[in-house]
Design a protein around this ligand. Structure first.
Ligand SMILES: C[S@@+](CC[C@H](N)C(=O)[O-])C[C@H]1O[C@@H](n2cnc3c(N)ncnc32)[C@H](O)[C@@H]1O
Length: 362
């Protein structure tokens, strides 16, 4: 079969290229269907049971989890084909390697990913709503997504914050760690379920933390998380938008993976500037990205552009201004936002494969 170019010339497909592309499609469709199976395994406790009871057969795992053996057998086969669990053909048993256990069974590991797959549930469930946003141009508010997005976001980001925030990111800022240890006022803007706020409150008990987010149910959950972690005496939460949260004289304002979701990031940055002490700092954490699209065409960019199309960009479009930075904004665009808000100093303090970490000062 030949296809037509815009000029009308007929170009025959290259069979080898087509075969290779179909191979990629089979892999990608396998990955896409595996997402639902990871969510199942996570919700049903199958990974944790396998980590605790493996190597195990489907019968062993069914006994340990009190779930249907036949369905577990099928799930295990799919997981082994995906290389998410390990199958030993001699014993007929399944197990998690130490690396697979870190990714799927250990919520406290720095590379726990099972929670993040829940985020993909929201992406699939909300596709009809995003379709309407494409048609209307009016965006889709963060709060309008399926509820699984909010919990999933916290579970996706928390491992990275847990591994980096107090040990790498805060120490990378000029003089900030000493202030937090001595006792400082900190705002966490767009805090969602408060994972970052609670982690900071645990690490710096002499400081006071104020978490803000425009999404009321997330703020409610953040308050409960602080109480569960025993830090409610120094971490409080309030529903407020980034452009007008209350309070001033902050030593540090943080935004973790949220600036690009906002409709008016320049307005938010201007408000941050006036809420900071003159020698205060803004810790801005954004998804890792290069400035040019061509440099982001890689697995990390693929993941973030995907989430950005389905969640972040329509979220920004749904708010006033609707700047729609996207989750792959990159350093140059982020710097421009801060300069337009009147900040004069901006530097990349550090980075991880997933995040850019900036120190911004008045
Ligand atoms: C990707 S989530 C990140 C949440 C949290 N910082 C974290 O890392 O887990 C983006 C957050 O930004 C919040 N948000 C979006 N627009 C906002 C605005 N204008 N003011 C305050 N929060 C906003 C959303 O409600 C959501 O909780």
């Amino acid at each position: 079969m030949a296809s037509e170019t815009l000029e009308g010339a007929r170009v025959a497909p290259d069979p080898d290229k087509l075969n290779a592309f179909m191979g990629k499609m089979v892999g990608d469709m396998g990955a896409a269907v595996s997402g639902a199976l990871v969510v199942l395994g996570d919700h049903l406790g199958l990974y944790k049971a396998l980590a605790a009871h493996g190597p195990a057969t489907s019968v062993d795992l069914a006994r340990a989890t009190k779930l249907n053996e036949r369905l577990i057998r099928e799930w295990l086969a799919a997981q082994a084909a995906a290389e998410y669990v390990t199958y030993d053909a001699v014993s007929g048993k399944f197990s998690l390697s130490p690396e697979q256990a870190m990714v799927f069974a250990d919520e406290d590991s720095p590379v726990f990913m099972a929670g993040g797959f829940e985020l993909l549930s929201a992406v699939y469930k909300d596709e009809p709503k995003v379709m309407k946003a494409f048609q209307s141009g009016l965006g889709l508010g963060w709060h309008e997504h399926d509820v699984c997005l909010f919990r999933a976001t916290e579970r996706f980001f928390r491992p990275g914050y847990n591994a980096n925030l107090a040990s790498n990111w805060i120490p990378a800022l000029d003089g900030v760690e000493a202030k937090l240890k001595a006792g400082a006022r900190v705002a966490d803007v767009g805090c969602g379920h408060g994972a970052s706020t609670v982690l900071m409150a645990q690490a710096y008990p002499a400081s006071r933390f104020f978490g803000f987010d425009y999404h009321g149910p997330s703020i409610e959950r953040a308050g409960k998380a602080a109480a569960e972690a025993g830090v409610a005496d120094r971490a409080e939460f309030q529903t407020a938008s980034a452009q007008d949260y209350p309070g001033e004289g902050f030593d540090l304002v943080c935004i973790f993976d949220a600036l690009h979701d906002m409709g008016d990031p320049v307005g938010a940055a201007a408000h941050i500037r006036q809420s900071l002490k003159p020698d205060g700092a803004w810790l801005l954490v954004e998804p890792f990205a290069h400035d040019d699209l061509a440099d982001n065409l890689n697995p990390i960019g693929r993941m973030f552009y995907g989430a950005s199309t389905m969640v972040c960009t329509p979220a920004s479009q749904s708010q006033e201004v609707g700047l729609a930075l996207g989750a792959q904004a990159g350093e140059a665009r982020l710097r421009k936002v801060t300069e337009e808000a009147g900040f004069t100093r901006f530097r990349r303090a550090t980075e991880t494969p997933f995040n850019l970490v900036f120190e911004v000062r008045p």
